[in-house]
Write a protein that binds this ligand. Structure first.
Ligand code: GDP
Length: 201
């Protein structure tokens, strides 16, 4: 187990951002059809097949889901936002609901079977930089549908190279197989904690 005395101290300390009253706002971004809804429903479900931790079902409205998960032995509350449709809401600046301005962290999805969605992810990354000029906003580039090997249009190395250019992490996932989806959520929490810890230091 990862739970060290350090993490116990940090979860009790004043100024901690992970308490139920102060959840991390994580936004799913990406072209339509890449798997954002599939990601959200895995998050909303009770099971994390990668750990023994059984989560409560999500408090969920249509577009927002909030729950506390355990990452490295420490609880983290995530508010997952899946409201932003990259295809219809292109004029983000005028939309009050635009999650680009409100997220603490972003999962930027494309489908490995859909090259235009990969290009769209690059565009979204650039737009995100305008909305979130803060240098350390955690972002993970997520190549979803990696189960569809024969329909692959974007290679792993292209995904990795793109993430390197955009200064973000990279992971390939399969929402259909529930592969690496929790890993992506846990990864974003780890990055948020690193940022929090460096602020506190
Ligand atoms: P959204 O528009 O980004 O919310 O995409 P959806 O979550 O609605 O997914 C679009 C379609 O792709 C649906 O038919 C999903 O079942 C399917 N899908 C999502 N993720 C995966 C995956 O990892 N593998 C496969 N094979 N299909 C997926």
């Amino acid at each position: 187990s990862w739970s060290s005395s350090d993490s116990v101290i940090s979860s009790d300390s004043a100024g901690d951002q992970t308490g139920p009253g102060n959840p991390y706002r994580v936004v799913l971004l990406g072209a339509s059809g890449v798997g954002k809804t599939a990601f959200a429903s895995i998050f909303a479900g009770a099971a994390d097949i990668q750990s023994d931790f059984t989560y409560e079902k999500c408090f969920i409205s249509d577009e927002v889901c909030e729950k506390t998960v355990e990452v490295d032995g420490e609880p983290a509350t995530i508010t997952l936002l899946d409201t932003w449709d990259a295809e219809t809401d292109t004029d983000c600046q005028s939309s009050q609901q635009c999650n680009m301005q409100t997220g603490d962290a972003y999962l930027l999805l494309y489908s490995i079977t859909d090259r235009p969605s990969f290009l769209r992810a690059s565009e979204l990354r650039i737009t995100l930089r305008q909305f979130r000029p803060v240098h350390h906003t955690p972002i993970i580039l997520v190549g979803n549908k990696c189960d569809l090997v024969r329909r692959r249009e974007v290679s792993v190395s292209e995904g990795r190279a793109c993430a390197a250019v955009f200064d973000c992490k990279f992971i390939e996932t399969s929402a259909a197989m529930q592969h690496n989806v929790w890993e992506a959520f846990h990864g974003i929490v780890r990055q948020l904690r690193l940022r929090r810890d460096s602020k506190e230091a």
